[in-house]
Ligand binder design. Structure first.
Ligand code: AMP
Length: 215
């Protein structure tokens, strides 16, 4: 098994790119900590109830909660698979948890792909982001528009704006990224795991660039 990480600010395209890569490679599994948490919130599990307030405010949920959630990240995963982590780790402490998981299951690790996007573009991308509450497909009003306005291409459900995509929460999420997640850039840079990718321009081209770093 191999574990690779997509690192980047909110709006840098981690989920979209991971989704595209996984759709074209049966051995690539997209694991989004945000999606797992949103699912837990929807199902009102104990973890979901605990996480909800943090997520609404755009804060990170406590590491202890993440530790429980990702403890069994690799359980039942075929050894031929690559796990593509989106949104985890987000702190240096979480990177330590991931090291422990990698060591315990004998997986190979890396690269950590940093999606680089200018700040102004992050805000524009988040403002236009829409998602399907039924199947999870993601869209953008101009960059990735659905065929029928406001409706999911996959299942026809009405698209929604994520609760934490409002301007105030987005400002907080970007600040949290700078203070708590950006230290991972030096952390993985020092270990020579970091690969920087220009994540601007047409989505298909970004996917190609990221795929090249994983080869
Ligand atoms: P995302 O979908 O990755 O943008 O995550 C949405 C929200 O879920 C974040 O703003 C956090 O509140 C929470 N979250 C997701 N992943 C993590 C993580 N690894 N550590 C802490 N909180 C997380």
């Amino acid at each position: 098994m191999r574990i690779v990480v997509l690192l980047g600010a909110p709006g840098s395209g981690k989920g979209t790119i991971a989704g595209r890569l996984a759709a074209s490679d049966a051995l690539l599994r997209h694991v989004s900590s945000g999606d797992l948490l949103r699912d837990a919130v929807r199902r009102q599990t104990a973890a979901g109830v605990e996480a909800d307030g943090y997520m609404r405010r755009g804060e990170l949920v406590p590491d202890g909660l993440i530790a429980r959630m990702v403890g069994d990240l690799t359980v039942g995963v075929d050894s031929a698979c690559t796990l593509l982590l989106d949104g985890f780790p987000r702190t240096v402490a979480q990177a330590g948890m991931l090291d422990a998981t990698v060591a315990s299951c004998g997986a190979s690790f890396g690269p950590v792909v940093l999606l680089e996007v200018p700040d102004a573009m992050l805000v524009e991308r988040i403002a236009g982001r829409r998602g399907c509450p039924a199947c999870g497909a993601g869209y953008h009003v101009t960059n990735i528009p659905p065929a029928r306005e406001g409706l999911c291409d996959v299942c026809g459900t009405g698209l929604v704006v994520r609760k934490d995509d409002n301007p105030e929460t987005v400002r907080n999420r970007l600040a949290v990224y700078r203070t708590q997640t950006m230290p991972l850039i030096d952390f993985y840079g020092a270990r020579d795991h970091l690969r920087r990718v220009d994540a601007t321009g047409p989505i298909d081209e970004i996917v190609v660039r990221v795929r090249q770093t994983l080869a």
